[in-house]
Design a protein around this ligand. Structure first.
Ligand code: ZN
Length: 350
């Protein structure tokens, strides 16, 4: 991805493990189109390499941009992407696919899709559109939006801070009851499959049906956390834009993992509660860049006393208490205190 990105910005890029003659032709897609015909077994190098393709854009108002002969045509008037000659090596061979909604959204926000990348994803041909735009970050107001990436068990904690004072804060996450239920349903089914296997019925219709049920429950949990990750990233970036806030992100999830381990949750459950957190941070960062939100990463602790630096102890109701100075706050609020300290200094807080 990084290399193709550079290639289309005019840098010379040498892709490792590519035969020399192909390297030389990387920029002129036309010359090696024969190797990219879909439906045939892809060449070994193509399986792991994504090839940048130029695009030609026809906008809703009829204006055009890009190379007229580009193999990928984005037609916003008819909402269709035409892939010319890539999927079949004959003149005028065109595959049409519907324009994804998000692309239309990005274009209306002033973005552009200068190139696409084509490669294999899960062994299927896959076209990735690369939307980009030049955005200036806004100058932050006196607001700060602090985001502490917790686990899905207690959700992602965010706090809106104004001039060093915490205005609102809360933790948001998916329905953990549903996740728990689905998890236990999956585990029960996996146990049944294990029993069937041990008595020699591992390949039976019944076993494969139950195995499918377990699998579908696990992927449903994964989808729940993924959708929540996208939803929250978008919500928080919109909030930052609304207040022209500086976005402060703590993406250290080790403390959360430790907390879940201390609760003696099964490793399988912990894994699910930690799933898609990386995706959340990545999406948060990508959206912040897209909308020009100034952001930075800061270590925001939830187990260190913001007042005296002493280690905090957790008591009933996820309340953190300092044995040294008596500081006391809900666990999800502690990182917000740290955000204030890191950006305004201690005097603002105590
Ligand atoms: Zn303390």
């Amino acid at each position: 991805m990084a290399l193709t990105n550079l290639a289309y910005r005019g840098f010379e890029v040498w892709v490792p493990d590519l035969p020399k003659e192909i390297q030389h032709q990387l920029y002129g897609f036309r010359n090696f189109k024969g190797s990219l015909v879909f439906g045939t077994k892809p060449k070994g190098w193509f399986a792991s390499t994504w090839v940048p393709l130029k695009t030609f854009r026809v906008y809703a108002d009829g204006s055009r941009k890009g190379d007229r002969n580009a193999p990928v045509v984005l037609d916003f008037r008819s909402g269709i992407i035409r892939i010319r000659q890539v999927c079949g090596n004959e003149p005028r061979y065109v595959v049409e696919v519907p324009m994804p909604k998000w692309v239309v959204g990005r274009i209306s926000e002033g973005g552009d899709v200068k190139y696409a990348m084509i490669g294999l994803k899960d062994n299927e041909p896959y076209l990735t559109l690369v939307a980009e735009r030049v955005v200036e970050q806004y100058a932050p107001s006196d607001y700060i939006l602090a985001v502490d990436v917790n686990s899905w068990r207690y959700g992602i904690a965010w706090g809106l801070i104004r001039s060093g004072k915490l205005v609102t804060w809360r933790a948001e996450g998916p329905n953990t009851f549903l996740i728990n239920t689905l998890y236990h349903q999956a585990v029960d089914r996996e146990r049944v499959v294990g029993k069937l296997r041990r008595v020699g019925y591992g390949d039976s219709m019944k076993a494969s049906r139950i195995r499918e049920q377990a699998k579908s429950r696990r992927s449903r949990i994964y989808r729940i956390t993924r959708d929540k990750a996208y939803f929250l990233a978008s919500k928080l970036v919109r909030k930052a834009v609304k207040y022209k806030a500086l976005l402060v992100i703590d993406d250290m999830t080790e403390e959360s993992r430790k907390e879940l381990l201390e609760e003696k949750l099964p490793p399988g459950v912990i894994k699910l509660f930690m799933s898609n957190l990386r995706r959340f941070v990545h999406q948060l960062e990508a959206l912040a860049q897209w909308y020009g939100v100034p952001y930075r990463f800061e270590r925001l602790y939830s187990t260190v006393c913001p007042k005296c630096g002493h280690e905090l102890t957790q008591v009933e109701g996820r309340v953190m208490v300092c044995g040294n100075c008596g500081f006391r706050a809900p666990r999800d609020m502690v990182p917000m205190h740290w955000a204030i300290i890191k950006l305004f200094g201690k005097k603002h807080l105590f």
